[in-house]
Structures are given as C-alpha cells and as structure tokens.
Design a protein around this ligand. Structure first.
Ligand code: ADP
Ligand code: MG
Ligand code: MG
Length: 199
C-alpha cells in the first residue's frame, strides 16, 4: 500500500531529478521551444516540496492535489497547468483514503492523464508529454520499473515525430529530429515513482 509519505517522496525525488536535469530540459526546449522548460519545472517542483513541508497533508489524495495546485500557481507556460492538472486530477481520483493500492493509483493516474489530454487537446503521437505518460500508465500494472522504462522509451520515440501541439508545433516539419522536452520531464516524473518505492 502507498501512503502520504510515499507521495511526498515521489514529489521530492522528482524535484531533485528536475533540478539535476534542468539544463538538459532547457536545452531540449531551445531548438523547438523558448528555452524555459527546465527553469519552469525547477521553480515549480521546488515550490511543491516547500508547500508539502509546510502543510504536511495526511492523505495521498491531499498530497497530490496540493502539489498540483502549487504547480499551476507557480509555473507559467504550458507545462504548469498541464502537470498541475495531472497531479490534481490524480489526487482527486484517490479521494481521502489514508493508503491506496498500486492498482488504485494506476487507475487514478490514468484519470489524471485523461484530464491532461482533455485540457491540452493532445493525443499520443503529437510529440508532447502525453507520449511518455500514456505508455507509462499502460505499463504501470507491471510495476514502477516497467512504467519508468516505458516513459523513457516514449520520450525517445518523440524524436522523429512532428509536433502537433504546443509551441513546437509552430515549427511544422522543423520540429522533427528533436526530443520533446515535456516528454523528457514526464519520464523524470515517472522515474521518481520507482525512486520513491526504493527501486
Ligand atoms: P512553454 O512551451 O509554454 O514554454 P514549457 O516549455 O514549460 O512551456 O513546456 C513545454 C512542453 O509542454 C512541451 O515540450 C510539451 O511536452 C508540453 N505541451 C505543450 N503543449 C501541450 C499540450 N497542448 N498538451 C500536452 N502537452 C503539451
Ligand atoms: Mg518552453
Ligand atoms: Mg515558455
């Protein structure tokens, strides 16, 4: 079973890896975006860790809804509302249980990813964070390690795609040949799950 502390560890692990990889995320956002993805998420997840330390929510659902709200209010740009919606909707789907099973979490995360697709209008293959998140959710039934591998593969598979959503889509065919920054940060988010689980 996964408790509130697991979800706090997830956010802390993600904040740490986003911090380590911020320059790379921003570099990926340079040829097909506006070179701010690393700094956007660095600011956002730092604020998430701070608010979770201050408020210490007691349930998994409360941890994720608070984290999502914090991302929405601190990250400008497309990724803030999208990641914020992901975490907030996942948290809402978890309700107010003190502990949740991995299967319940997988179902809640799928609801969160569906909300992100509804908000941003992106589908798999559009060269966005969705290309890492959907494979990760599909693999989550086989464990956090499988989800991490699926997200990393999904992020790499964005390289030959042409962007159909977000800033990169303004480039048309010139977006081909670059890995999507948001899919790359989504792989870090999913890797944080395995880290929180001690894998
Ligand atoms: P901005 O493009 O506003 O500067 P960021 O650089 O922080 O925001 O985030 C860019 C990432 O957001 C993209 O790499 C992509 O993965 C994701 N993204 C952008 N638009 C959408 C969308 N409509 N649906 C899903 N993901 C999106
Ligand atoms: Mg950007
Ligand atoms: Mg921007």
């Amino acid at each position: 079973m996964l408790d509130a502390d697991f979800f706090r560890r997830w956010m802390a692990a993600t904040a740490a890896s986003v911090d380590r990889e911020a320059e790379r995320l921003t570099a990926l956002d340079s040829p097909i975006g506006d070179a701010d993805h690393g700094s956007n998420l660095q600011r956002g997840f730092k604020a998430v860790v701070a608010v979770l330390e201050k408020d210490a929510p007691a349930t998994p659902g409360a941890v994720l809804t608070l984290a999502g709200r914090q991302l929405i209010s601190t990250v400008g740009g497309a990724s803030g509302p999208l990641y914020g919606t992901l975490l907030r909707s996942t948290g809402k789907a978890l309700g107010d249980a003190a502990e949740v099973s991995e299967a319940q979490f997988a179902e809640a995360l799928r609801a969160g990813v569906d909300k992100v697709m509804a908000l941003g209008g992106a589908a798999p293959g559009d060269k966005t964070m969705i290309d890492a998140l959907v494979p990760a959710v599909d693999a989550l039934g086989e464990g956090f390690g499988a989800a991490r591998a699926a997200a990393e593969q999904g992020a790499e598979a964005t390289i030959p795609l042409q962007a159909r959503k977000g800033r990169a889509s303004y480039l048309g065919e010139r977006s081909i040949g670059h890995q999507d920054p948001g899919a790359t940060s989504s792989a870090l988010l999913v890797a944080g799950l395995a880290e929180a689980a001690g894998e």
